[in-house]
Design a protein around this ligand. Structure first.
Ligand SMILES: Cc1cc2nc3c(=O)[nH]c(=O)nc-3n(C[C@H](O)[C@H](O)[C@H](O)COP(=O)(O)OP(=O)(O)OC[C@H]3O[C@@H](n4cnc5c(N)ncnc54)[C@H](O)[C@@H]3O)c2cc1C
Length: 409
């Protein structure tokens, strides 16, 4: 029998964590360092791996309970919120859903102790068109040999558990589809498998404490028992693995919404504090209307995200519905960029300086319309569901789609 804590129970834990994290957030940003201190607090507070079933030492919490936590933490520290998301949704969810017993027993303690798994899909030549990936996993005796290059891998160099998406080739080189491969490495102890290398780190606009790394695989051997076999095999492997990723999209949208909710709180406080023209800014109706619009954006985002977190895809899927997840993430991320921008405006010059967290939040929130599926790609998916058209996933997909639907290129 799984545990039954309430969302309020988790919200209280998250608020305590957020109160500790707020004064530290600037430090990780300025020093571009990973927030290990927060990770230790989050592991002790039981939110790292809270979605992991109790059988494997987790809390068996729902995605809804997780997003409640994510929102509170994101108000204070975007970096920590990203870690919570990836320690509960996405890669770890795929392992818990599709993995063997041994894989679950391997992954769970790592995450519960503070590891944020890395999910490795994007390549220099395969961004939105992810199925154009060229990283290969060639079948050999006892396992697979990986060759390729991934970039923009969140946590590259600090994460221990990696879920690497690769094109699977049989011994004769025939393309069997896309599979997931579990790779362990520990850069803190130097225990890194031969053929695995962190080749570089991006210098990013925001979320500066999070490494966004390039990873290179050169004849990296992965044993058969580290292959995360999608339920329908490699042919539909990408679709199955991306289903798990829908949970991460809901998490990412929630971070954006949480940052916006935090910015809204700051703006409301400042409107009452700051006086101009002999009265508090709060008395100016134009600013009140801005605040009301910001509140409506945050509220609408929260409702969509909660709906998506509680949803499940068709056919007994363990993961959120693809369209609800896409809608919630696209809407919440675009809304959050506007809300944080308006909050910064309310602070005037002060908002533009690092005396206030707005400046950092403004930089942090910008990524959420890009990472984890851009707003455009998510909207294409939503439109596809409205129009009954399958979103093209391959180089030739758009031409095939046009041919199928309209008889022309
Ligand atoms: C901070 C951050 C963290 C990330 N973390 C990870 C990670 O951990 N693991 C991982 O695998 N990847 C990660 N990514 C990569 C991310 O998933 C990709 O950036 C994203 O999928 C877009 O790919 P791209 O950047 O190559 O843009 P492109 O695909 O080159 O797109 C460029 C622009 O064109 C638009 N576009 C492209 N195709 C279409 C189309 N058909 N219709 C309309 N518009 C289109 C896009 O929306 C975008 O605006 C991360 C990215 C960022 C910024």
């Amino acid at each position: 029998m799984e545990r039954r804590e309430t969302a309020e129970f988790y919200r209280d834990i998250a608020r305590d964590l957020a109160a500790k994290f707020a004064p530290r957030a600037d430090r990780w940003d300025k020093s571009r360092s990973y927030c290990w201190e927060n990770v230790a607090d989050m592991a002790a507070g039981g939110v790292m791996g809270m979605t992991i079933p109790t059988k494997y030492g987790g809390k068996g919490a729902s995605y809804f309970e997780t997003v409640v936590v994510v929102e509170e933490i994101a108000k204070a520290c975007t970096l920590s919120a990203r870690i919570v998301v990836e320690a509960n949704m996405g890669g770890i969810s795929a392992v818990m859903a599709y993995g063997s017993e041994a894989q679950r027993e391997l992954a769970a303690p790592l995450v519960l102790a503070g590891d944020k798994p890395a999910i490795c899909i994007t390549e220099p030549g395969a961004g939105s068109a992810a199925t154009e990936m060229t990283t290969t996993a060639r079948q050999v005796n006892g396992g697979y040999v990986l060759n390729g290059r991934k970039h923009w891998i969140t946590g590259g160099g600090v994460s221990k558990l990696h879920l690497v998406f690769a094109r699977v080739l049989d011994g004769a080189g025939e393309d069997l589809g896309i599979g997931g491969f579990l790779v362990l490495s520990d850069h803190s102890t130097g225990s890194v498998p031969a053929g695995f290398r962190v080749a570089g780190r991006e210098h990013t606009l925001g979320l500066c404490g999070m490494p966004e790394a390039e990873l290179v695989f050169q004849d990296l051997f992965v044993e058969n028992d580290m292959v995360l076999t999608p339920p329908s095999g490699f042919r539909r492997g990408f679709a199955d693995l991306m289903n798990a990723y829908n949970s991460q999209r809901v998490g990412a949208g929630t971070i954006a919404m949480g940052v916006a909710a935090g910015a809204l709180d700051h703006a409301a406080r400042y409107l009452k504090e700051r006086r101009q023209f002999g009265r508090p800014l709060a008395e100016f109706q134009g600013l009140q209307w801005m605040l009301a619009d910001m509140d409506a954006g945050v509220h609408a985002s929260r409702l969509m995200l909660h709906e998506a977190a509680k949803s499940r895809g068709p056919d007994g899927s363990l993961f959120p519905d693809i369209t609800m997840a896409a809608r919630a993430k696209a809407f919440a991320s675009e809304t959050a960029v506007k809300v944080v921008d308006n909050a910064l405006q309310i602070f005037g010059a002060r908002g533009y300086s690092d005396r206030e967290p707005l400046e950092r939040m403004y930089r942090d929130v910008r990524m959420f319309t890009i990472g984890g599926g851009t707003a455009q790609i998510l909207k294409t998916q939503i439109a596809g569901s409205l129009l009954g058209i399958k979103t093209p996933q391959t180089r030739t997909g758009y031409a095939e789609l046009a041919q199928r639907n309209w008889g022309s290129e």
